[in-house]
Design a protein around this ligand. Structure first.
Ligand SMILES: Cc1cc2nc3c(=O)[nH]c(=O)nc-3n(C[C@H](O)[C@H](O)[C@H](O)COP(=O)(O)OP(=O)(O)OC[C@H]3O[C@@H](n4cnc5c(N)ncnc54)[C@H](O)[C@@H]3O)c2cc1C
Length: 285
């Protein structure tokens, strides 16, 4: 299938891109194109114009300052997975990016596209949520910051307005005593997650848990935080038995079922993947 006809714009700045979006209500941003182009070819989307943000310098690059890592929206999965800075500061994000699709997808797909598309099975939303990422957004009214916990609204719905651009993602650099991990159980044909789990664990001087976060993708309509499980781990010894017992109580009330896996299966899978992510994060803390 071929997409329907569209105009093509290639702005060289964020301001120019925002201006094109504001004056073309039917325009869509084009980043890596690995979700947008397929849906256009299937005629599930027919934007009147594409705004290709791939050549905007301000959306590129990974930098580290003041205890956080700033990743431009157009940074690819390949760059993230292979960045020594990301591997050291936020291992869960590097691991999530490294498990997306195949090499072709990882060379083209971008963190901004992945988070903005908000596919429930996408790998990066759970990692962004668990790591406490902040998303930077620019629109006609200026720039604003949105926490990952407020960004993912529902199935393929985010806090972005149609004329706003996600410009970058800020992730706190892991302090000593903190470890993180992302693990995924993928569908054997598509490679998409039936369940992905991202965990962040912090241990105090005595070794006991002083902070924890556990988030999932692929299980419900949007990335979800298992806040009760994480809270129950704080103060614990983080032993395997403690983690098993905590995830045994996991409940994701709006777990979804489809032709690939029932809601009940996903719920049970989340317990297994959650325990694996937590124990790997603990071993790194
Ligand atoms: C074969 C295949 C396998 C895949 N496997 C996986 C997988 O295992 N895990 C996974 O997570 N994903 C997977 N994907 C999806 C892939 O990760 C896409 O790249 C991703 O969903 C979208 O990123 P993109 O940069 O390609 O965005 P695009 O396709 O260019 O855009 C996607 C959407 O986001 C919007 N958008 C893009 N950038 C911005 C921005 N900066 N600000 C605001 N809106 C923006 C676009 O307008 C569009 O609506 C796969 C895709 C393919 C084709």
């Amino acid at each position: 299938m071929y997409p329907s006809k569209f105009d093509y714009h290639r702005p060289s700045s964020v301001q120019e891109a925002v201006q094109i979006l504001s004056s073309n209500p039917d325009a869509k941003i084009l980043a890596g194109g690995h979700s947008l182009i397929p849906v256009m070819k299937l005629r599930l989307a027919a934007p009147a114009a594409l705004v290709d943000i791939g050549r905007i310098d301000a959306l590129q690059g990974i930098s580290r300052s003041n205890g956080s890592l700033r990743i431009g929206a157009c940074v690819t999965y390949h760059e993230i997975a292979n960045s020594a800075d990301v591997q050291a500061a936020a291992p869960a994000l590097a691991e999530a990016a490294g498990q997306i699709g195949d090499r072709q997808v990882r060379y083209r797909g971008t963190i901004g596209g992945n988070l903005s598309h908000a596919d429930p099975a996408s790998d990066l939303p759970a990692a962004a949520l668990a790591l406490g990422a902040t998303l930077h957004v620019t629109g006609p009214g200026g720039s604003r910051s949105v926490s990952a916990s407020d960004f993912f609204v529902d199935l393929m719905m985010t806090a972005l307005q149609p004329d706003e651009i996600l410009t970058g993602v800020e992730v706190p650099v892991a302090q000593s005593g903190t470890g993180s991990a992302y693990v995924k159980w993928e569908h054997p044909a598509s490679g998409y997650a039936l369940c992905g789990a991202a965990a962040v664990v912090t241990r105090g001087a005595s070794g006991s848990c002083t902070g924890a976060s556990l988030c999932f993708n692929g299980v419900s309509s949007t990335a979800v935080a298992a806040t009760a499980v994480a809270a129950s781990l704080v103060g614990s010894d983080l032993s395997d038995a403690t983690i098993e017992s905590a995830v045994g109580d996991l409940s994701i009330p709006d777990a979804t079922g489809d032709m690939f896996a029932s809601a009940g299966y996903r719920q049970e899978l989340a317990k297994v993947m959650g325990a694996r992510a937590l124990s790997t994060a603990r071993d790194r803390a």
